[in-house]
Write a protein that binds this ligand. Sequence first.
Ligand code: XMP
Length: 432
Amino acid sequence: MKQDLIVILDLGSTQNTVLAREIRDLGVYSEIHPHDITAKELQALPNVKGVILNGGENRVVDGQEVQIREELYGLGYPMISINYPQSKCSDSDILSVMPNQDTLKKFLFDTCGAEANWNMRNFIEDQVELIRQQVGDRKVLLALSGGVDSSVVAAMLIRAIGTQLTCVHVNHGLMRKNESESVVKVFRDELHANLIYVDASERFLGKLSGVADPEQKRKIIGGEFIRVFEEEARKLEGIDFLGQGTIYPDIIESGTKTAKMVKSHHNVGGLPEDLKFELVEPLKQLFKDEVRACGVELGLPHDMVYRQPFPGPGLGVRCLGAITRDRLEAVREADAILREEFARAGLDKKVWQYFTVVPDFKSVGMKNNARVFEYMVIIRAINTVDAMTATVEKVDWDVLERITKRILAEVENVNRVCYDMSPKPPATIEFE
Ligand code: XMP
């Protein structure tokens, strides 16, 4: 193993991730684990150089104070505790505040003797070895959506086990222009992945026909996705593992043992009971920016790794109300134009999320001296840190004019273009 490891045990601190990042900033790899980790589990982690007992505000859960297991003290790892009074640590090792950089450095490099050997190349080498140990000569299945996390996991698994990995890409017909094609090109043609491409567009559009309620649309898309994936999984034989692009923020949002759930997280959950897989989650200790850096190091195209967030239900929640083919096509074509022009103006690197929406009503217009009754395209471009609030990008007027001209000339059934000026709140980022 290439990297030394500092383990942070979560004893109710709200600062676990801040601390993990500080340690990584000092060049040492750190992972956050639950307080009730067993001695055996801790010893199974590679190259543990020291342990930090990280206490804090959430130390009491359901009326009980969280404790580490007694057995951990006998393992001989250097320990410090923060906001966690432990008789077993010497006084000098108990800190009542977050350690400053000097204290942290002293602990990492003097007390633990750790080396500053954390970098993406070493991380990948270690993960490749761990994946090979876990999987052996058995097989792994992965739902490859083409999003950042699933793409990076796919690239990592291909590096580790090659064609022992089978990727399934389900095109639900609500992808952006050329998106599925690009997944096939990168993974099948360039990385030589064992990739099953399922064009389920017709099936999804059929199920969605006439459904206008946004939550119902989401439910249908999510549920159908699992069914299609399950059908593919059943056709394959001898699969023991499921690869997942879980990253650390997903774990936090789903709730840890000391922190409540923020929102439910749904990767490929919900598979039937009889399809039992062991999980392979090589990114689960990484933050988003680290996942992107990992993707770049693994050789994925820049566009794939730095792409803007795209909702799971795809263009389905941007073709408002009951989805129709003509409006879906209009959203997709207008979105492609918007992305092209934003890239040309350098805005793709500046703006957090930008997309088009087509409402389910028409307005009057004139084309070739005749009255037309056609759809409108709404452009939305926002900036945010955490998607909880958002501000509107002040897009240059000339850029907006150029995009408008192109949409009106190139997209069928559209006679009007609007720019959404609404911040979040009160508007949400998506329309549905
Ligand atoms: P809202 O519309 O809630 O969006 O302000 C916040 C962020 O979440 C994305 N979003 C979704 N992502 N499935 C997803 O995977 C969804 O159903 C979904 N709805 C919204 C949205 O694009 C924005 O980045």
